[in-house]
Design a protein around this ligand. Structure first.
Ligand SMILES: C[S@@+](CC[C@H](N)C(=O)[O-])C[C@H]1O[C@@H](n2cnc3c(N)ncnc32)[C@H](O)[C@@H]1O
Length: 364
């Protein structure tokens, strides 16, 4: 059975035996910034306090976490909030997976984003798990890539629908083609038969690959715009690994994670299947709904602005307060992990304010 990638991914992650809904604990398979450290919650709490002030300290302050995993971030935020703020917080986890046992009853658990939100809407590593289509360039133009979820085998499908073609035209400009580069190599004296077959594959587009392969982010744009549209006043924040228009990945990014390892993306529900997010197109879609400018920076820059301090504690503290020194050392290494530009620090933070004057990079 051949499916569009979007449908195959939907089934693999959220179908009857889907990876996220059949009981897998995401933290056992991959590590997100939320799993990495309470430092993240501390920074987000500073941001929440600034937002609360900008909103005039409403009697009910919503904190909605879309794609909440096991509710780890909401738990950490509640644990770190002072009593006055905690009493006004309304934490809501939006998840397709079932409510975990032992979640505090104060945390609401739902399958849909609430209709009207005043406060903070969070989406950490949600959008990369929103299923998307894959397309390949062929001499006849762009074609959807179809995939057999049982074998992973791919084939060319129908021509791209007009909405997807419009998305590609705007957001994923063509990369330099492979074929001319290979031809240059041949004309410089290469006559290897393997290279000759590469030329054929590149010119022909191959079955599911060979020609330029792209991931169509329209489904993520729509999901984000829909969520932002539920904010009456407040701030939406998406954190994810992503890319921008002037540096799209050459051959796509779809991959899998299982038991803490990166693996080929099996579509049978046995692993996470994920693809990087075109964060600028997501940002533009949210901005259209919010009618308010967005801010997009690296996680490293965001956490620094929100007060994450990666400096080592002074050695003198070790003599005065050994336990305090060890705590400070652990916090510093957590910040180092969260801000490593080659790892979690390279994630992108997209802030979208709605109806509230707020510079998201200034926390109190
Ligand atoms: C990679 S996990 C991230 C979990 C957590 N936010 C973190 O950063 O550790 C993505 C989660 O998003 C959930 N998810 C995906 N699409 C969703 C949707 N439309 N509504 C609610 N949850 C969704 C999945 O079930 C999964 O638990």
């Amino acid at each position: 059975m051949m499916l569009r990638w979007r449908d195959a991914m939907e089934r693999a992650l959220y179908g009857p035996n889907g990876f996220f809904v059949a009981g897998a604990n995401p933290a056992a398979h991959f590590r997100t910034s939320v799993h990495a450290s309470p430092v993240l919650a501390g920074c987000l709490l500073r941001q929440l306090v600034a937002l609360d002030e900008a909103l005039g300290r409403p009697a009910r302050l919503d904190v909605v976490d879309v794609g909440a995993g096991r509710g780890e971030l909401l738990r950490a935020l509640r644990a770190q909030a002072g009593p006055e703020l905690a009493a006004r917080l309304r934490p809501v986890a939006v998840e397709r997976a079932a409510r975990p046992n032992h979640l505090p009853p104060e945390i609401d658990w739902r399958p849909e984003v609430p209709a009207r939100i005043t406060g903070l809407l969070l989406a950490t590593e949600w959008l990369d798990n929103v299923p998307l289509d894959v397309a390949v360039h062929t001499p006849q133009g762009w074609r959807l890539v179809l995939v057999d979820p049982d074998t992973g085998e791919e084939a060319r499908g129908p021509a791209l629908p007009p909405d997807d073609t419009a998305w590609l035209t705007r957001w994923w400009p063509p990369a330099p083609a492979a074929a001319p580069m290979i031809r240059e190599f041949v004309s410089a004296g290469g006559s290897d038969p393997d290279v000759a077959s590469l030329i054929v594959a590149a010119e022909d587009g191959g079955a599911g690959g060979g020609g330029a392969r792209v991931e169509i982010g329209r489904a993520r744009d729509e999901a984000w715009a829909e969520a932002v549209g539920r904010l009456e006043r407040g701030l939406a924040l998406a954190v994810d690994y992503g890319h921008l228009r002037d540096a799209r990945p050459v051959d796509g990014t779809v991959t899998g994670y299982r038991d803490g390892r990166q693996v080929p993306p099996a579509l049978d529900g046995s692993c996470d299947v994920t693809a990087h997010v075109a964060m600028d197109s997501v940002a533009s879609a949210g901005e259209r709904v919010a009618r308010c400018a967005y801010t997009l920076v690296s996680q490293r820059a965001a956490l620094r602005a929100l007060g994450a301090d990666g400096g080592r504690p002074p050695l003198g503290l070790a003599a005065r307060d050994p336990a305090g020194y060890l705590r400070a050392l652990a916090a510093a290494s957590a910040v180092a992990e969260l801000t490593d530009p080659a790892g979690l620090g390279g994630h992108l933070w997209l802030w979208q304010p709605v109806g509230v004057p707020l510079d998201p990079l200034v926390a109190r």
